[in-house]
Design a protein around this ligand. Structure first.
Ligand SMILES: Nc1nc2c(ncn2[C@@H]2O[C@H](COP(=O)(O)OP(=O)(O)OP(=O)(O)O)[C@@H](O)[C@H]2O)c(=O)[nH]1
Ligand SMILES: [Mg+2]
Length: 182
């Protein structure tokens, strides 16, 4: 492989990072993407999990970080550095949405200025029962692009893939435009 080929391969490796409070559904999103059986038991993530998926021409390395405060405080700089997209996952309850707002403010210090921050309003299957917010309401509060999701529903795999594809395409288009300007 010559150097040009190698550099184009590397540029196709994307780092996608999921953060959010405990039990909002980050690891479930990873399972949804990798087509494993979607386990409904809650096993808190200790440290972080990594999974690489192939999407179109891209290898996407997904970093799923345990939501406990102690992890975030200790590792955020190393962990968030170099993210191409940062997904902030919320369980769509009013309380957690407010926490997610704080998390976005905090995390913004650790990612590159041009790294998009995107919210996932998860657990949309529960909105009718217990006052969880719709993606529109979450977006109005968080003031970042927000997508709705029900990560325990295997039929929503394509929804999540499309969210990632859409955000990835935006980045690729922006990077190409920047390259042409130089
Ligand atoms: N009803 C419902 N439950 C969900 C959904 N997504 C995840 N869950 C459940 O929420 C619980 C926690 O999910 P996880 O994916 O382990 O949460 P996490 O964000 O990785 O949590 P930490 O690793 O502690 O940060 C599990 O019992 C999941 O089955 C959803 O869309 N709807
Ligand atoms: Mg987890």
């Amino acid at each position: 492989m010559n150097l040009d080929m190698l550099s184009s391969e590397i540029s196709k490796l994307m780092k996608v990072t999921f953060i959010g409070s405990p039990a909002v559904g980050k690891t479930t999103m990873l399972r949804l993407l990798s087509k494993d059986i979607i386990d409904k038991f809650y096993f808190p993530t200790h440290g972080f999990d990594l999974k690489t998926i192939k999407l179109d021409d891209y290898h996407i390395r997904i970093w799923d970080f345990g939501g406990q405060q102690s992890y975030l405080k200790t590792y955020s700089r190393d962990y968030l550095l170099g993210s191409d997209i940062l997904f902030v996952v919320t369980d769509s309850t009013p309380r957690n949405v407010l926490k997610s707002r704080e998390l976005i403010n905090y995390a913004a210090h650790f990612v590159d200025q041009d790294c998009p921050v995107v919210a996932i309003a998860n657990k949309q299957d529960l909105t009718k029962n217990d006052g969880r917010m719709t993606p529109d309401r979450v977006e109005a509060l968080l003031r970042v692009k927000t997508y709705g999701l029900t990560a325990i529903n295997p039929a929503e795999r394509t929804t999540l893939v499309e969210i990632i594809r859409k955000e990835l395409n935006k980045i690729v288009i922006r990077k190409r435009a920047e390259k042409n300007e130089i």
